[in-house]
Ligand binder design. Structure first.
Ligand SMILES: Nc1nc2c(ncn2[C@@H]2O[C@H](COP(=O)(O)OP(=O)(O)O)[C@@H](O)[C@H]2O)c(=O)[nH]1
Ligand SMILES: [Mg+2]
Length: 199
């Protein structure tokens, strides 16, 4: 997939702020700090389009980016910070469930996992939502530049035992590994959506 343009549209704290049109969307979900924003920047070759942070988990907003004027990447709020108050965990859960279950233009989900970390309760819950709402999913293992080939192979085997992951994309925002594979998978998610619309 050739990236011709990438544009930040808005940050939406509430449903009424979601864009009102029907541009197909691909949602990125994953733990805080897993590398969602970095993946967007690497994917579109634009350092700084999506803000990356070393102290995340503060703002719970849904960020919309339009790519090639054709589809959107949607950066959903991260989770998994033990220190955040319960009220914030609840509002995160409501926000995620609302977007994933109600967004009509949602074509698929990219579930991002840190290749070095085991999956936790929140990832399990996300996976259940994805199945429950019947959303096509692509899994991406990121930060793979931090592992040797052997380490990576054993981590992949372990993560596949924790979740039924099909054909995960091996990615690194640092080296750009996996960019082409990810583009193909996004293309497939979008093609699936247009088949459905035409059927
Ligand atoms: N080595 C390495 N670091 C990464 C990678 N992706 C993200 N990071 C770093 O991880 C931190 C969190 O990334 P960010 O994209 O803000 O995560 P987000 O909270 O999921 O959006 C930042 O310091 C990034 O530079 C990667 O593929 N490799
Ligand atoms: Mg981010």
């Amino acid at each position: 997939m050739k990236i011709l343009s990438a544009e930040f549209i808005k940050s939406a704290p509430k449903k009424e702020h979601w864009p009102g049109d029907r541009v197909p969307e691909i949602a990125l979900v994953g733990r805080s700090n897993v590398g969602k924003s970095s993946l967007i920047n690497t994917f579109v070759n634009r350092r700084g389009l999506a803000k990356t942070s070393s102290q995340p988990g503060k703002t719970q907003m849904i960020n919309f980016y339009t790519i090639n004027g054709e589809f959107r990447l949607v950066d959903l709020p991260g989770f998994g910070y033990a220190k955040v108050p319960l009220s914030m965990k609840k509002s995160w859960k409501r926000m995620m469930e609302e977007y994933l279950s109600e967004r009509e233009s949602l074509s698929g989900v990219i579930l991002i996992l840190d290749a070095r970390r085991d999956v936790g309760d929140a990832e399990q819950m996300l996976f259940e939502w994805i199945e429950e709402f019947g959303l096509p999913v692509v899994t991406v293992f990121t930060k793979t530049d931090k592992l040797s080939k052997n380490q990576l192979a054993s981590r992949i085997a372990r993560l596949k035992r924790a979740l039924p992951l099909k054909d995960p994309v091996i990615f690194s925002a640092v080296t750009g590994e996996g960019k082409i594979a990810l583009g193909k998978r996004i293309h497939k998610l979008l093609a699936g959506a247009s088949e459905e619309a035409g059927a």
